[in-house]
Design a binder for this molecule. Structure first.
Ligand SMILES: Cc1cc2nc3c(=O)[nH]c(=O)nc-3n(C[C@H](O)[C@H](O)[C@H](O)COP(=O)(O)OP(=O)(O)OC[C@H]3O[C@@H](n4cnc5c(N)ncnc54)[C@H](O)[C@@H]3O)c2cc1C
Length: 460
């Protein structure tokens, strides 16, 4: 039966009946992501092909409807919601189209979950390096949108270092390929411009990724510290020594308690901070590196250290680390995940600043983060029903961004700007810098319909 609302009728004509949601309950499911922001869309259309995405974008253009591509909606910055707009749901475009071990590439659709790709590559002895803690559910399209990072990104780089090519539907509906499998493409790096553009420049419909051989050997160590600052200093010392482990991840006591209550991962409950250190690569020389790392930890008063003795123990530690955000949700009804980066040498100062802000605003803050990248994630715990507390949370979050910017850092390591941190963009960019970015957006999306109101603050 045809729908009364012409919008729904037209969308169904593009993606097929049964592939458009518009009832109140469905709209309410799509009005939020993993941030504190909410915005109710007008409709959700499930695309299954590039042609359909192009059809939706052209339709939105003709009717001046704002739209946003959405993966799993796990982003932490309000990036995949759109008030009164069209949600282009990408999760049904979930095929792994090719795994080419000889050329070390895989071609995927954007709705493939990060972990699904890892699982498909493992039997070939390969993997895809960026491993956000959300990898069980976050899509590769979302990872490209946010330029996601993860524990392994210290050594191998974030998403942008592993994307070789993208098929994109531009805001005029045209389909184009950016990049490709040949190295060192001539001309401007338009591919680089798209990765991390938070869905504001077009909709990604195919992704060519770099894949890597699984390492010959892995050593995973758990070190315990009396203070988070000492753990942070150890991280800085290890990198200064010229050793690049694959992961250096810190969790503080509040996080450890929540993780142990939630899943018994094997972290000591009385530790003020733990630092997980993982080395990977060829076995030769690794033991010497591990010994040197432990010496540097001793210099920073490490309390104890141990090793994951087998794959099960290693998987348990990582399950604890990757489940930390979920575990923290047990502590209070809500939390705000801050995401900022500082030069590693300033990690101890940044952590002290977070403690000070926690005291100043009387808010508990848990810390679990990619320490090797200098990428902090203070999690501010609160109850959003308490409006006064909520207003303190926003102030504390902004102040943490300011402190990190003042320490030579930046206001996002991996979670993007979205709707959440547009104001804070001025902490790191001048008016002129922002004007350049607005000019690019305008050139690609002159009608400002592609995920508007994200990332770029309006001109004063
Ligand atoms: C518990 C938890 C742990 C997390 N851990 C990490 C972590 O370790 N590292 C990390 O970096 N992030 C982490 N995140 C944040 C989040 O998972 C990532 O940002 C992820 O990449 C979002 O993927 P998604 O599929 O949910 O995308 P969405 O949230 O749906 O979208 C994210 C952005 O990408 C755009 N987008 C999505 N698909 C497309 C497409 N096909 N074309 C163009 N644009 C598109 C959207 O418009 C939006 O701007 C975590 C989140 C949670 C809830």
């Amino acid at each position: 039966m045809k729908h009364n609302d012409p919008l729904i009728r037209d969308l169904e004509a593009i993606v097929g009946q049964g592939n458009v949601l518009y009832d109140k309950v469905s709209l309410s499911h799509y009005e939020y992501d993993a941030s504190l922001f909410k915005a109710r869309p007008r409709a959700i259309a499930f695309a299954t092909s590039t042609e359909q995405v192009s059809g939706l974008v052209k339709y939105a253009n003709e009717h001046s409807i704002p739209y946003v591509a959405r993966g799993s909606g796990t982003n932490l910055s309000g990036g995949s919601i759109q008030k009164d707009g069209l949600i282009i749901e990408m999760r049904r475009m979930d095929r792994i189209l090719d795994i080419d071990v000889q050329n070390k590439t895989a071609l995927v659709e954007p709705g493939v979950f990060n972990l699904t790709l890892q699982n498909a590559l493992a039997p070939y002895g390969y993997y895809y390096a960026p491993d956000p803690a959300s990898q069980k559910v976050s899509t590769l399209g979302g990872n490209v949108g946010e330029n996601s990072g993860g524990p392994k990104c210290l050594k191998y780089g974030v998403t942008s270092n592993h994307i070789l090519g993208l098929e994109v539907v531009l805001p005029n509906g045209q389909v184009t390929w950016l990049g490709g499998s040949a190295a060192d493409a001539p001309g401007a790096d338009v591919l680089g411009l798209f990765v991390g553009s938070e869905g504001t420049l077009g909709v990604v419909t195919r992704i060519l990724v770099r894949i890597m051989r699984l390492p010959e050997n892995v050593i995973t160590m758990l070190t315990i510290f009396n203070s988070i600052e000492e753990a942070g200093q150890a991280v800085s010392d290890i990198i200064s020594e010229g050793i690049i482990p694959v992961s250096l991840e810190i969790m503080d006591n509040l996080t450890i308690q929540a993780v142990e209550d939630s899943m018994n991962a094997g972290f000591p409950r009385d530790a003020e901070a733990v630092l997980i250190i993982e080395l990977d690569g060829i076995a030769e020389g690794q033991e010497e590196q591990a010994d040197r790392i432990l010496e540097l930890c001793s210099k920073n008063n490490v309390v104890s250290s141990s090793r994951a003795t087998d794959d099960k123990a290693r998987a348990n530690l990582w399950a604890g680390r990757k489940g930390a955000f979920g575990a923290i949700a047990r502590l209070r009804p809500c939390y705000l995940v801050c995401d900022a980066t500082v030069p590693r040498v300033n990690l101890p100062k940044a952590l002290s600043a977070v403690k000070e802000i926690s005291r100043k605003y009387d808010l508990p803050i848990a810390n679990v983060f990619h320490a090797g990248d200098g990428n902090l994630h203070p999690l501010i715990l609160f109850d959003e029903r308490d409006r006064e507390e909520l207003s303190r949370v926003h102030k504390a979050g902004s102040e943490i961004m300011r402190a990190c910017a003042d320490l030579g850092g930046t206001i996002s390591g991996e979670h993007g700007i979205g709707a959440e941190k547009m104001k804070e963009m001025t902490f790191i960019f001048s008016d002129q810098d922002l004007e350049v970015m607005r000019g690019i957006k305008k050139a690609v999306d002159p009608k400002n319909l592609c995920n508007p109101g994200k990332m770029l603050p309006q001109a004063a």
